[in-house]
Write a protein that binds this ligand. Structure first.
Ligand code: HEC
Length: 156
């Protein structure tokens, strides 16, 4: 019984090992790409909450606004250096919209800095009042868009 189970487990290990190896070969950098796309999804989640308040689709709530802005800032503290490996651009691998220019034109750092500043400004403003949130959301949304314009493929 135990022996059968062990053999079964060994077989499973071989199978999962093979599946992992083949998916890895077919889709290099898959984990890193998923991770950075998840970072972006988090950003979209929090920006969406702030945007809904700015447009008064949901009532302004100082605590919720401050929370969303603080979380945007927290996301920025993640070390993303392993999420953007060379060779993980959309010309080299599938399932990413990251343009090769990210790794070649030297401009992404400036886009990231502008974005970080807009997030900090939102963090300072969001919990004050609706007017302050509104003043901060324009530059923030623009900072997302400016980076996408240059560094993200416009459609999949
Ligand atoms: C410094 C550049 C940069 C900034 C700033 C930036 N993004 Fe992105 N974003 C990208 C790139 C590059 C991709 C493509 C990533 C990929 O497909 O591997 C992306 C992808 C996305 C995606 C698609 C994720 C997926 O699941 O495929 C969403 C949603 C997104 N960004 C939202 C945002 C929002 C919202 C902001 C601002 C609050 C933002 N991004 C700020 C560069 C940026």
């Amino acid at each position: 019984m135990i022996r059968k189970l062990l053999l079964g487990l060994a077989g499973l290990a071989v199978v999962t090992g093979a599946v992992f190896a083949s998916s890895h070969a077919a889709a290099p950098h898959k984990g890193a790409i998923k991770a950075r796309q998840s970072v972006m999804q988090l950003r979209a989640h929090y920006l969406g909450q702030l945007g809904a308040m700015a447009k008064e689709e949901t009532p302004y709530d100082a605590e919720a606004a401050a929370n969303a802005a603080a979380n945007l800032a927290l996301v920025n503290t993640l070390d993303q250096s392993m999420m953007w490996p060379k060779g993980s651009d959309n010309a080299s691998v599938e399932n990413t919209r990251a343009l090769p220019a990210i790794w070649t034109d030297g401009g992404i750092g400036a886009k990231a800095n502008t974005f970080n500043a807009a997030v900090e400004a939102m963090k300072a403003a969001a919990g004050s009042d609706l007017a302050a949130l509104r003043a901060a959301i324009g530059p923030l949304g623009k900072a997302c868009g400016a980076c996408h314009e240059d560094y993200r493929q416009s459609n999949r």
